[in-house]
Ligand binder design. Structure first.
Ligand SMILES: NC(=O)c1ccc[n+]([C@@H]2O[C@H](COP(=O)([O-])OP(=O)(O)OC[C@H]3O[C@@H](n4cnc5c(N)ncnc54)[C@H](OP(=O)(O)O)[C@@H]3O)[C@@H](O)[C@H]2O)c1
Length: 209
């Protein structure tokens, strides 16, 4: 199968990319990104600006999209910029891929995603899930991690403290509160994309613990 991956330079996306490139079921990966990725025989990584995505690129046609693209409020600076990156970019990618005939979309969403949430982050994730479902992919999966565990280029103070506490308490916590390791999330994303089971599906943080 041919995979279209956005967010390939991030923590989860890097793991998805490595798994996909090593998987014999995946014949090729297209990973549009704003930064260059290391070359690989199975990889096409066009440099793009997500504010001006190329509408006619042939690589929008794939067997499935995996989206691990997103930012933080700290990096975004304003709610408006956060929403553009975490909601509009993944939705723009979905529209272009669907229009080109790509039948499946797998989103790295978040636990608590809910369009009616009073928490802005959860509301944006929920609105994205809702708006993706309205597009009509044959197969749509929302993978909803809790706190993601893994090595980051840039440390995140708040997340670091939460991760330390959860690591200590992990064994006694209910599965849904445990850290979700990035490789585990990546494997769930890739399997969902390859299987592309018809309908709308949710993978919960408890299933990723
Ligand atoms: N952190 C958590 O504990 C947690 C929990 C639940 C869900 N999530 C969600 O899971 C998803 C993946 O998380 P992660 O930790 O893997 O994220 P990450 O390491 O920060 O990676 C984010 C990816 O999005 C890309 N991106 C961000 N801003 C962009 C922009 N303006 N234009 C183009 N690309 C942009 C990054 O590209 P560059 O490398 O070029 O910046 C990178 O590829 C996110 O949507 C996040 O909200 C996170």
């Amino acid at each position: 199968m041919k995979l279209l991956l956005v967010g390939a330079t991030g923590l989860v996306g890097r793991h998805v990319l490595a798994l996909a490139l090593a998987d014999a079921r995946v014949s090729g990966v297209v990973a549009p990104a704003r930064r260059a990725l290391p070359a690989h025989a199975k990889l096409d990584a066009p440099l793009v600006d997500f504010d001006q995505l190329p509408q006619e690129a042939p690589w929008w046609r794939a067997d499935a999209v995996i989206c691990t693209l997103g930012t933080t409020m700290k990096v975004a600076g304003t709610r408006q910029v956060f929403r553009r990156i975490d909601h509009d970019y993944p939705l723009d990618v979905a529209r272009l891929a669907l229009a080109a005939g790509t039948p499946a979309y797998v989103l790295n969403s978040a636990a608590g995603a809910n369009p009616s949430s009073r928490i802005f982050y959860n509301r944006v994730k929920g609105e994205l899930e809702r708006d993706l479902a309205a597009l009509g992919f044959a197969s749509l999966t929302h993978v909803r991690p809790g706190l993601i565990g893994g090595e980051r280029d840039a440390a995140r103070a708040g997340e670091g403290a939460a991760l330390r506490v959860l690591r200590v308490l992990g064994p006694v916590l209910p599965a849904r509160w445990r850290i979700n390791p990035a490789p585990r999330i990546a494997a769930a994303l890739l399997e969902s994309a390859i299987r592309a089971v018809p309908g709308v599906h949710v993978v919960t943080s408890a299933q990723l613990a």
